[in-house]
Write a protein that binds this ligand. Sequence first.
Ligand SMILES: [Fe+2]
Length: 435
Amino acid sequence: MGWYLWMGLVTWALAAPQGVAQPAKLTRGPYLQLPTHRSMVVRWRTDRESKGYVRWGLSPESATNRASHKGILSEHVVQIDGLQPNTRYYYAVGTETNRWLGEPGPAFSFITSPAPGTVQPVRVWAVGDAGTATTNQVNVRKGFEAWHARQPADLWLMLGDNAYSTGTDRQYQRAVFDVYTDLLRRVPVWPTLGNHDAYSADSSTQSGVYYDIFSLPSRAQCGGLISGTEAYYSFDFANVHFVCLDSHDSDRSKGGAMAEWLRADLAGNSRDWIIAFFHHPPYTKGSHDSDKLSDSSGRLVEMRENILPILEAGGVDLVLTGHSHSYERSFLLNGHYGYSTNLAPSMVLDRGSGRIDHEGAYKKDAGNAAHQGAVYICAGSSGQVSGGKLNHPANWVSLNKLGSLLLDFDGLRLDVRFLGDRGQVRDYFTLLKKP
Ligand SMILES: [Fe+2]
C-alpha cells in the first residue's frame, strides 16, 4: 500500500464520527432448547451486549409477536410461551434497535412438541463424538440431511465429546455452531457430557462451557422427574421418554444421587418407550475397552455394573452411547453386567439380527415391564473412526465406519438405522412391542 494511501486511510479513520453505536452482529445461533408443547427457548450470541428479542408467528408474514429477556446481554436466552402443540412457528431474533438478524421462513422455524403422550411418528437423530470440525463430521451430517429432507427430525441427541479436544467455547463454535448452523435453527438439541467436554466444564457446580451453552431441564420442564441438576435429566416427547445420564463427572455408584433419581424417574414413567443416553459404552471393543477397569478410570465398568441394572429394571428399550469411535450394536440383551467373558446365553434374549426382513424384529411386551430386553449402541463415529478389535460378544455388529443414528418411532414400533457418511444404511433393526 502506498504511503499516501495509508496516511489517507488513517486520516479518514480519525475523522470518522465517534461514539455512534454499531448494531450488534449475530455470532452464534440461533439455536433451540427445552422444547415443550407450549414453549420453546431460543438462544443466540451477539458480538456486543444488547437487548434481545424474538419475533414469532404462525407464518413468516405474521411473525409479529414479541418476547425478550431481561437486561442487556451478549448471550441471549428467550423463552417463548403460549404456543400451540405440534405447530410450526416462524421466528427471527434481533435487537432493540428493531434490527432483525435473519428473516422468519423455513430456515428459521420450529415445530412445538406434541401434547404429552400423543402417539405420532417421531424421528430422532443422534451423533456421537462428532466434534472434530473435520470433513468427516460434515460428511456424516450430509449423510443424514437427505433423510432429514424427506422427513425432518423432531429432535437430536449429542452423545458427548461434542467439541474436541477440550470443549472450549472456541471449539464448540467450530465443531457445533459452525457445522450444524442450519439444523440448530430448526431442531432442538439435547446433549450429554463427554470426557472431552468435561475439560472445560464441571458437573458438581454445573458450570463451564458445556453448562453455559446448553439450557437443560433440571426442573423437569419438558416432562420426567425433577433431577435438580443439568448434568442428568429426563424429558418426554410424544410417547417416548428420554433419559440423559452423566457418565463422566457425576457419581456413578448404585446409591448415588444420579442412581436414586434414575430409579424414581423410571418408576414414574408411563410413556411407551424409554431411551437412555450417556457417553461411556458398557459393551465396547473399539478405541475403548469395556473389559478394562483402567479404561477411562473405570467409568465404562461402573456404568455397566451400577447403572444398567437400574435401567433394565425400569424397562429401558434402547441405550445410546459413544466414546469409542466406532459403531457397535448389541443383540437384545438382559442382565449382562459383568465382563465379556461372563456373557451367558441366557442374557441374550434374541440372538438374531433384529431385522424385520431377515431374522425378524426384536419383540417386547408393551408396558415397560422390567428386564424385557434392551439394545445397546455405541455410535461414536460421527466425526472420526479409531478402530479397535471390535469383537465384543454382546454385539451383533461392530463397524469401524463413520456414521450417525436415525430413530423412527411409530406407535409401538421403533426402527433404528445407522447412516453412513453418504446417507447409506450400514445397519438397521426394528423393535416391536406387543400391545
Ligand atoms: Fe469420549
